[in-house]
Design a binder for this molecule. Structure first.
Ligand code: ISL
Length: 557
């Protein structure tokens, strides 16, 4: 069995592991399928742990594996304390945790607490018990406006349309409405309800008791709502834009911080070095920093970095703003390029507009230039892994996978697709099952002859893990080399970032006296600033010139 090499400054106790960790996001449905039903599962993940050890990551975050009707790929949970049979069993989850720990990998689970599935026993009971019942108080049931046929307010769903759905009461008449920030199958909980708070504490303890190393908090800013649920004043047809909203009654409401503080107290009682990472798309790093105050979450996904266009001024600005916002709360940054919710960055960086759109709500644009996007993605990997803080690597990013933009409409499963009236393609294109080996689908994702839940492009024969291991110039080899170097380079764990001004279109910074990272985002070659030994480059470097869309790591010692 392979074991992750301990990271020196972290092993020496100079930093908690999560302050500079490389966390690999496992989107479980699409990682590896052990039983041939076409859906990734815990057995598949267990069988592929050595890939992650060889890659050199510190931890894995596993997307929801709980019992779920899968209306939103498992983010609609009907039992938070059991594993869905599609993914395996609790015993297998325990075995995975033990096997990960034996290999020196930490494991982070996903806590979906803003909403449950509509199949959750609490919601079924709420529907059955009717208007005015105690059961309805766990959710946000309200009477409609006017004669009751208009939604209670103008809030909009992240997947498009109104955030309210009307129910049929037990006696058969059209009745109250319930709030769902996401799909109608995901009713929002009322977090002012004491029973909800207590029961979610128990969920948190259930997983901490099993020994998980951290918790990713899903859609945190949605959990608190402005008292009285006032309308937001949205214009007709307004889109969900939580990253742009200020003083929204449905997002980033102050009371959310009480919930997070309560969880932090619960987790701190366990001792050890467990981490909370919060998913919060809010307006800018300054708002985000409020989620990582010393008594709240430890870290937060950096969506502003993810959304940044491939432009030196814009990237530098977001790095500076992030670091400046986090300094007063003494929280480490994270740097994220892709996730199961976003267009894969190889494709994004190959488009005319390289900024990220939200959750697949992007226009059908001209086909991306994947060679260009691929070069930029390789450079972005070295940039990202050299920044101070932690990093998230989304599965398949280490293979340079592009977004699959030509999925047939009939296979699409993301609720965004139907909710938008089939105009927004949604997130399926970044969720296509991974190619591991072989010349044809399922490319080792599942047993030969099985059919993955989303079809894999035949061109992926060239980007399987197996193919890339045989190619010294592959994206996988670049990631492995970069992660190896990152682990052993103490400056990347301990030293602050110092920019060098080397001209337009180029990002250059030092981490301490010995380490330098240079990224050329301009359209022509630039001289590598200063002298130093080339440690690693994202593409060919000729002499002392760095070609466009290329990054280099230099050792100046
Ligand atoms: O706020 C957003 C954009 O303005 C969203 O990105 C939002 O933060 C995101 O949709 C929350 O995502 C998470 O919860 C969803 C689930 O569908 C996603 O997969 C998950 O990552 C609902 O549980």
């Amino acid at each position: 069995m392979r074991r992750a090499a301990p990271s020196s400054p972290v092993a020496a106790g100079l930093r908690p592991w999560w302050a500079t960790a490389v966390v690999y996001e496992v989107y479980l449905r699409s990682f590896a399928d052990s039983d041939g039903d076409g859906v990734g599962d815990i057995g598949g993940l267990r069988s592929r742990l050595d890939h992650l050890v060889d890659l050199g990551v510190d931890a894995i975050w596993v997307t929801p594996w709980y019992r779920s009707p899968m209306a939103d790929g498992g983010y609609d949970v009907s039992d938070h304390c059991d594993i869905d049979p599609l993914f395996g069993t609790l015993q297998e989850a325990d075995a995975l945790l033990a096997e990960a720990h034996e290999r020196g990998l930490r494991l982070v689970v996903d806590l979906v607490a803003n909403h449950t599935s509509c199949e959750h026993p609490w919601f079924r009971a709420a529907l059955a018990a009717g208007r005015g019942s105690a059961e309805r108080e766990r959710y946000l049931f309200r009477d409609g406006r006017g004669d009751g046929s208009e939604p209670p307010n103008d809030w909009i769903s992240a997947f498009g349309g109104s955030a309210w759905t009307r129910v049929r009461e037990p006696d058969g008449v059209a009745g109250q409405w319930y709030l769902h920030t996401f799909a109608p199958e995901q009713p929002d909980l009322d977090w002012t309800h004491a029973g909800v708070q207590d029961d979610m504490d128990a969920v948190l303890r259930f997983w901490l008791d099993r020994g998980v190393d951290g918790v990713r908090v899903d859609a945190a800013p949605a959990m608190a709502k402005a008292p009285g649920l006032p309308s937001a004043g949205h214009l007709p047809g307004a889109a969900f834009d939580s990253g742009g909203w200020v003083d929204s009654p449905q997002w980033d409401v102050e009371a959310v911080h009480d919930i997070l503080r309560r969880w932090r107290r619960t987790a701190d009682a366990y001792g050890g070095d467990r981490v909370f990472v919060v998913e919060a798309v809010v307006k800018g790093p300054e708002r985000l920093s409020r989620y990582v105050r010393p008594d709240e979450m430890h870290t937060a996904f950096n969506f502003d970095y993810l959304r940044s266009p491939w432009d030196a001024t814009a990237v530098r600005a977001v790095v500076d703003r992030t670091l400046a916002a986090l300094a007063p709360v003494a929280a480490p940054a994270t740097w994220v390029l892709s996730s199961h919710d976003e267009t894969r960055h190889v494709t994004r960086f190959g488009r005319a507009d390289t900024a990220a759109a939200t959750m697949g709500f992007d226009e059908l644009s001209a086909p991306a230039d994947l060679d260009l996007g691929g070069r930029r993605a390789r450079a972005a990997a070295l940039l990202t892994l050299a920044l101070p803080g932690g990093t998230y690597v989304y599965q398949g990013e280490e293979l340079g996978l592009p977004e699959v933009e030509d999925l047939p409409d009939e296979v699409r499963q993301d609720p965004t697709w139907e909710r938008s009236g089939r105009t927004a393609r949604g997130r399926d294109g970044c969720r296509v099952p991974l190619p591991w080996s072989g010349a044809r689908p399922p490319f080792g994702f599942g047993p030969d002859g099985t059919t993955p839940w989303l079809p894999q492009p035949s061109a992926w024969a060239a980007c399987t893990v197996q193919a890339q291991l045989e190619d010294p110039g592959s994206v996988l080899q670049l990631y492995r080399a970069a992660l190896r170097l990152r682990r052993s380079t103490s400056a990347l764990h301990l030293e602050p970032l110092t920019w060098l001004d080397v001209g337009p279109g180029v990002l250059a910074f030092d981490r301490g006296a010995a380490f330098r990272c240079v990224v050329n985002l301009s359209s022509g070659p630039v001289p590598l600033p200063g002298h130093g030994r080339l440690l690693l480059a994202s593409g060919p470097v000729l002499g002392t010139e760095l070609p466009p869309d290329t990054a280099a790591w230099l050792d100046r010692a």
